[in-house]
Design a protein around this ligand. Structure first.
Ligand code: ZN
Length: 482
């Protein structure tokens, strides 16, 4: 990339930023910029003239003030592990990346008040470890936890593996500190459990993907750390039975369920064949599989409870076969199969990924409808739905022949999003909207939805300098098709 390709920034802007941030706070040579402009899967890249790397809230506020004065659009970025291109700049070369990666302080941790106050450049796994060190749990857990950062988790309202029990990121936040679009700092960093004082302003910023403000710190809820954890693997006939098993677990094991994951037989066999060291937990293949994890705060006794539920499931004729992990290695093997679903199939074609949600009892219908449609319309495509069925959330992967992917991809996603919408679901369960799903969202939202979102954006970011083009179109479209 030649610097001269890029649209010029207002004269003196970078120099003024450098004066605020110091030499470590500004990156502008093309090679060092590269990691900040490519997406997680390296399938997409944007362009930026520079990356700002403030070290504290005052520096964030100062550079946002400079950007507001000069009309320079900013793209807030944390760990850059997002999947919807919400944290990387567009192709214009005008958007400047503002990275939170140097803001990694743990400001406070309180075991009795059960909360931790962190800056938003903290890596998720670090926060989990800090909590564990005082006998507490920070329950947000997802594949990218070793590199994703709290700012991105907040921006996208991240979900992951423990949502069923502890909720999404939104449910784990007590307070926020936010730099607004004019550079003022909003101090909403309270850690109260109960606070009914009018509008819950912090919730506006969570899930807004950096379009309404730049979150610089967060007070996060902690929970008692579970002492006993048990994991099992079940072979079943299909998604309908999965819901019956879920109901049984809900009735018998209630709040101890932390994960309830559904996988296809195809995906499981692919993982066992292609991921080194991975073995099928059950001796025989089955059409579908469940991975269920329970945990609680007592020292022991959970294995017996789990065995009782499994026996009941067998008596009721719900499961074909089942096994409980007897060691950490067996548990890790089960989770490796679940987490490796995309990796295990990537050599079979181009993987079109998605992340959708429907009311839980509509999951079987969604799977059937998509399978029926695909076998008639795109028989060369393999469907691999998997994921957090307990939350009604499926990651619906398609394996498409690479030579047809340009034609197939929009068709597959459009069809999926239409089916999901018709079933009362959502086109993004946990990854967010970013730039990738923006038009798909905008087409399916009501005129009033769009008006409200546009008005909130205009109130908090009247000049449109915060992550323009993410979630909302840059120029709010007048009347489009519904
Ligand atoms: Zn997920």
């Amino acid at each position: 990339m030649e610097r001269s390709d890029l649209a010029p920034l207002p004269a003196g802007f970078l120099e003024r930023c450098r004066a605020v941030l110091g030499p470590a706070g500004l990156v502008d040579d093309p090679q060092s910029i590269e990691p900040y402009v490519s997406d997680f899967w390296r399938q997409h890249r944007g362009r930026t003239p520079a990356v700002l790397r403030p070290a504290d809230t005052e520096q964030v506020a100062a550079v946002v003030r400079l950007a507001a004065e000069a009309g320079v659009p900013l793209v807030p970025q944390a760990g850059n592990t997002g999947l919807v291109h919400g944290g990387i700049p567009d192709a214009s070369g005008r958007q400047v990346v503002l990275s939170l990666e140097r803001m990694t302080r743990i400001r406070a941790i309180d075991p009795r008040g059960e909360h931790i106050v962190v800056e938003t450049g903290c890596v998720l796994e670090t926060v989990q470890q800090k909590a564990a060190a005082i006998g507490r749990l920070f329950p947000l857990a997802l594949g990218a936890q070793g590199s994703c950062r709290i700012g991105g988790n907040l921006g996208t309202n991240a979900g992951g593996l423990n949502v069923l029990r502890y909720g999404m990121m939104r449910d784990l936040v007590l307070g926020l500190e936010v730099v607004l679009a004019d550079g003022r700092v909003w101090d909403g960093l309270r850690a109260l459990r109960k606070d009914n004082t009018g509008y819950d302003l912090k919730q506006l910023f969570i899930g807004s993907e950096g379009t309404l403000g730049i979150v610089t710190a967060a007070a996060l809820r902690l929970f008692p750390a579970p002492r006993d954890r048990r994991t099992c693997w079940l072979g079943i006939d299909g998604p309908k039975v999965a819901l019956d098993v879920f109901e049984l677990f809900r009735a018998e094991a209630g709040e101890t369920i932390s994960s309830f994951e559904l996988l296809t037989g195809f995906g499981v066999e692919a993982a066992c064949a292609n991921l080194p060291g991975v073995r099928r937990p059950l001796p025989e293949p089955h059409p579908w599989h469940l991975l269920v994890e329970l945990s609680w705060s007592f020292e022991d006794g959970l294995a017996e409870k789990l065995d009782a539920v499994l026996e009941r499931a067998v008596e009721m004729g719900l499961v074909r076969d089942g096994t409980r992990a007897e060691s950490e290695a067996q548990r890790a093997n089960m989770w490796r199969i679940r987490e490796g679903q995309s990796e295990a199939t990537r050599h079979m074609g181009f993987i079109v990924r998605s992340d959708v949600t429907v009311p839980i009892d509509r999951i079987p219908e969604l799977v059937e409808r998509m399978a029926g449609w695909a076998s008639a319309t795109a028989p060369d495509v393999t469907l691999i739905p998997f994921g957090h069925v307990g939350d009604g959330n499926l990651h619906f992967n398609f394996i498409a022949p690479p030579e047809r992917v340009d034609a197939l991809k929009p068709m597959l996603l459009d069809r999926l999003y239409d089916e999901v919408t018709a079933l009362g679901g959502s086109i993004s369960a946990e990854h967010g909207i970013g730039r990738l799903k923006r038009d798909a969202l905008w087409r399916r939202r009501s005129a009033l939805d769009r008006e409200l979102m546009t008005r909130i954006k205009a109130t908090l970011d009247p000049r449109g300098i915060l992550n323009p083009g993410v979630i909302l179109p840059v120029e709010p479209a007048s009347e489009e098709r519904p």
